[in-house]
Design a protein. Structure first.
Length: 241
């Protein structure tokens, strides 16, 4: 049985169909890449999974249980964590306090929350900046803090939304290594990313969408060579050539 399954997911905003009958599975320990051009419905899919947006039709299954309509914080407590494309830490609080606040999803005391926070910050290489205000971090540090906050909720499935966007080449390599470490620790991952080096390096499978619909699914090599994917990213003339 799959750890996680999206079944015939559709999301409409009035007359706009943002996500149209998408289905995919994630197995335990797997990294699934979700790709598509800007506006194709990737982040909307994430928002439906977490119930930031109520879905129009379909179902979302986690560990054999439907989470359709479940409160967002309950979904997190169940074991699905996520990052956001636009990172918005608690700007005036320290890095430590940001991660501690996230840890309260799972624990009830400040001592336990601090313990979780220190463990996660060490894992994410943030201990050296733990007392700095979150707003003082450069984009690479804020992206790493975003991952740390998600990990502090102790997810079994982690949704990563453009974690490498805006990073330098060195920071991209560091992000790839961190994501690999997360998977090695037993966390399954669904990742949205436009940087193909990231997706192709770490994904076991890729699910490609365009205009809210599935256009390809398979291994990174299969999807990269799919004419529909090439057309979606580079245009019809390129795909035919």
């Amino acid at each position: 049985m799959a750890l996680f399954e999206v079944k015939n997911l559709t999301k409409k905003f009035g007359g706009l169909v943002a996500v149209n009958d998408i289905s995919f599975q994630i197995h335990e320990g797997e990294i699934l890449g979700l790709i598509g051009p800007n506006g194709s419905g990737k982040t909307t899919t994430f928002n439906c999974i977490n119930n930031f947006f109520p879905i129009t039709s379909g179902d979302i299954i986690f560990k054999g249980q439907s989470i359709k309509g479940m409160k967002t914080h309950k979904i997190c407590q169940l074991g699905i964590g996520r990052t956001f494309q636009v990172v918005k830490p608690l700007a005036r609080l320290s890095v430590l306090d940001n991660v501690t606040a996230a840890a309260f999803c799972r624990v009830n005391s400040i001592v336990e929350a601090r313990d979780v926070a220190h463990e996660v910050m060490e894992f994410c290489n943030l201990l050296a900046v733990k007392d700095r205000p979150a707003k003082s971090l450069p984009i690479g540090g804020r992206k790493r803090l975003e991952i740390a906050r998600a990990l502090a909720t102790k997810p079994e499935l982690l949704l990563l939304d453009e974690t490498a966007a805006g990073l330098t080449p060195t920071e991209v390599d560091e992000a790839i290594e961190l994501i690999k470490k997360i998977r090695e620790n037993g966390v399954s991952i669904l990742i949205i990313e436009h940087i193909m080096k990231v997706i192709m390096t770490m994904s076991d499978r890729i699910h490609a969408i365009n205009f809210g619909q599935t256009i390809a699914t398979g291994t990174p090599e299969e999807v990269a060579n799919n004419p529909a994917v090439i057309e979606a990213y580079l245009g019809e003339d390129y795909a035919k050539g």
